[in-house]
Ligand binder design. Structure first.
Ligand SMILES: [Zn+2]
Length: 234
């Protein structure tokens, strides 16, 4: 076997162990993103209903101010009735009073409806806040467990990876990057055996000229079909 391939085979053993250890934390970022987006939706619901409540409360305060203004207006017009100089003016003022009273009745109705709305919204806000707190707690727990698992797995990886760097330092850099690319792209199997005349990575036959090269161990040989780095099972 070519000496560089022999070293790569050792590196691959380490890398396969690392990949196995990391398997259950590889899905964490995707799972976190999914949970984050679900939590964001619950937050959005809470914000929307809280802002609706705020708006209703502002409208209700404005309504109270308008009612007060109507009352003052009516009082003022009532006072004018005593000072008008003729019947026409008297009738006109009465009409004005009627008009303001009608507006006041409308405002009063609107105010009652706003108070009802506010009561309902307060209930919904409380509900959504409770739901949000519960969802946030679930998310926080997930995050805590995920972090603990990542730390635990990293410690295990550190143990397994001892010596990996030293092995790598001994192998030509371009071969290392070729290996790393293949390891990622070929399902954690970048270096594989030839059994009989077949690549055990993709089960394609190895042509005679490559077989000769492999036998001689004089060069690093890759499978024509899957590009994996080959060696003869000894
Ligand atoms: Zn192959």
């Amino acid at each position: 076997m070519h000496p560089d391939v022999q070293k790569l085979l050792k590196v691959q053993k380490v890398d396969q162990s690392i990949a196995k250890i990391r398997r259950d934390i590889d899905s964490i970022p995707k799972e976190r993103a999914r949970r984050e987006s679900a939590l964001g939706a619950v937050k959005g619901e809470h914000v929307a209903v809280a802002s609706a409540l705020q708006q209703a409360e502002v409208s209700q305060r404005n309504n109270e101010v308008s009612l007060k203004q109507s009352d003052e207006e009516i009082k003022k017009l009532d006072g004018r009735l005593n000072t008008v100089k003729n019947n026409a003016e008297y009738q006109a003022t009465l009409l004005q009073i009627e008009s303001v009273k009608r507006e006041r009745a409308r405002l009063e109705e609107e105010g009652l409806s706003l108070l009802e709305q506010i009561e309902t919204l307060k209930g919904t806000v409380a509900e959504r806040a409770e739901k949000l707190a519960a969802e946030q707690a679930v998310f926080d727990e997930f995050e805590q467990k995920a972090q603990a698992l990542i730390v635990e797995r990293q410690q295990q990886v550190d143990v397994v990876a001892v010596g990996r760097e030293t092995l790598l330092a001994d192998i030509p850099k371009d071969l290392v990057s070729k290996y790393e690319r293949l390891f990622g792209a070929r399902d954690s199997l970048a270096v594989c055996a030839v059994e009989g005349q077949t690549c055990t990575g993709c089960y394609t036959s190895i042509p005679p000229n490559l077989q000769v090269k492999l036998q001689a161990s004089s060069a690093v040989v890759q499978c024509d079909a899957c590009q994996r780095i080959l060696y003869y099972a000894e």
